[in-house]
Design a protein around this ligand. Sequence first.
Ligand code: NAP
Length: 251
Amino acid sequence: MEQSFSLQGKVALVTGAGRGLGQGMTLGLAEAGADIIGVGYAPMPETQEKVEALGRRFFAIEADLSKEDAVATVVSKALTYVDKIDILVNNAGIIRRNEAENFSDEDWNDVIDVNLHAVFKMCREVGKHMLENGSGKIINIASMLSFQGGLRVPSYTASKHAVAGLTKSFANEWSGRGINVNAIAPGYMVTDNTAQLRANEERNAYITSRIPQGEWGTPEDLKGPIVFLSSDASRYVNGHILYVDGGWMSS
Ligand code: NAP
């Protein structure tokens, strides 16, 4: 069983590896044996130090994934560091909040560019490379708002519904060709992304009261799920969206 979950000798490319859920998943992958290519706006010294302390290699690629040609540059740069990318985690994402009637074009476009366009292109470009190798694991980071409407976050909700659809679409085409394409849908997790929500006492209390486990999740809570979906243990799992939500979707 240990062998099934091992990522020894594998390389994982993780977007948004510098903090939050991306950092938590990166450390889980490294703990299971993977070397890491981390993608972020800026250097990711804290993540790099922690990965290297585990005895794994860490290559940082600085890129703004909202830019038109960023994905092609990231993938070609990654392949100068390593021969093979075994695991792709599309984690980088942003959120903008405003009432639907006041939601600006800018807040629509900025979110769709990072959360959807970049995810599609990363799947396509890294997927091509994985198809050549005949194997690979792609894990997209979805959300509870891949299934629910949310409040004051229309571009985020639209992007995350689309990420769920993209995951199934790519899984249908590639599952017979050695590639697993799945998603993780985190529930309410303690990161910078949710700082505004947690600062609102009333909303925070309401959300917490609706989580059956009675507490928000943390980046560490994604370590097990990401290792499972990145390893041989999930060989026959494809097109699945795994809730990691303390039971939120059942409540
Ligand atoms: P976070 O703490 O705000 O981190 C977001 C990460 O994405 C950062 O590492 C950031 O890089 C990177 N990023 C954002 N825009 C980028 C761009 N244009 N180019 C390159 N990198 C970019 O967010 P998080 O909570 O960890 O969220 C991670 C993912 O989980 C997102 O897709 C989010 O939608 C999803 N999610 C989060 C929750 C939650 O409760 N927190 C729930 C469901 C889903 P820098 O560090 O360089 O800025």
